[in-house]
Write a protein that binds this ligand. Structure first.
Ligand code: UTP
Length: 289
């Protein structure tokens, strides 16, 4: 039986340049979609999928993330004194237990592959998940849960995948497909941000992965790739001949919250998905059309 996925890595060390000046003092992962920071959505998704240990790879200026996953005594006390116990609950109910979160610093934002490599001591020798908080997925069944279920039927590396427009392949890691079974795809290669004419398919990786610990051996070589960064995709490409590798076309809608338009769209979609906001937001949208 495949080993249980107990640990997840949250790379939150990036600079978030596309959101400057908002991200000058505020980590990109703390940007709120409706009323919840991106990183909280990712942690809740992981917890719902059974993750027990949460490893954050942070960097300079990311303290707000640590504070968010901590008790705020002043706020608790003030709200308690005002009789707002309901709000105290919204501050605490989703928090992992003390000791379940570990923080390590990337120190230099050398790329996603490097960020994942920084978590190696905490993952050790077991398969693990990676979640990128700026990829937000609206789904009935959490995207990571879908990946984990798939991993238990077909153990190996598995990434969440979605078909993108051919002219957008240069924004993503792209899968070279061996066999396409509709939802599950076996993979024979990966290329980071290929131009349309060089792309092996238009099936793109989005920010949810289940990875075998052997990935750390490849990441430790610290080879740079697209954009001069240490790319996770390049390390994964080295594993396709030695480890079963799959892409899963997940059920759900993904929003690229690292991009301004994607972030706005996520706010709209998540607000429209809420009973307390749906009607007002529908009226609002209508007034702009
Ligand atoms: P992005 O590619 O979106 O980069 O990272 P970024 O620096 O966050 O944002 P832009 O492109 O400058 O606007 C995708 C994810 O990988 C993490 C980011 O924090 C984000 O969650 N990341 C990226 C790291 O943790 N370290 C890195 O060196 C690069």
């Amino acid at each position: 039986m495949a080993q249980k996925i107990r640990k997840a890595v949250f790379p939150v060390g990036g600079l978030g340049t596309r959101f400057l000046p908002a991200t000058k003092a505020l980590p990109k992962e703390m940007l709120p979609v409706v009323d919840k920071p991106l990183i909280q959505y990712a942690v809740e998704e992981a917890a719902a999928a059974g993750i027990e240990e949460f490893v954050f790879v942070t960097g300079r200026g990311k303290q707000a993330i640590e504070d968010h996953f901590d008790i705020s005594y002043e706020l608790d006390q003030t709200l308690g004194a005002r009789g707002r116990v309901d709000l105290v609950d919204t501050l605490r109910s989703w928090m992992p237990d003390p000791g379940q979160i570990t923080y390590t610093r990337q120190m230099d934002p050398l790329g996603l592959g490097h960020a994942v490599w920084c978590a190696r001591k905490y993952i050790d020798d077991e398969p693990f998940a990676v979640l990128l908080a700026d990829d937000l997925v609206l789904a009935d069944k959490p995207c990571l849960q879908q990946l984990i279920e798939s991993y238990h039927t077909k153990p190996g590396n598995i990434v969440a995948a979605m078909d993108v427009l051919p002219e957008h392949t240069d924004r993503y890691g792209i899968l070279d497909i061996e066999e396409d079974k509709g939802q599950l795809v076996s993979v024979k290669g990966l290329v980071e941000k290929p131009l349309r004419r060089n792309a092996p398919s238009n099936l793109a990786i989005i920010g949810r992965y289940i990875l075998m610990p052997e990935v750390f051996e490849h990441l430790s070589k610290k080879n740079t790739g697209a954009g001069g960064e240490i790319q996770l995709t390049d390390a994964l490409a080295k594993m396709v001949n030695s480890t079963p590798f799959y892409g899963l076309r997940f059920d759900g809608r993904r929003f690229d919250c690292g991009d301004k338009v994607g972030f706005l769209e996520a706010n709209l979609a998540f607000a429209l998905d809420r009973d307390d906001m749906k009607k007002a937001v529908e009226r609002l949208v209508k007034s702009y059309t």
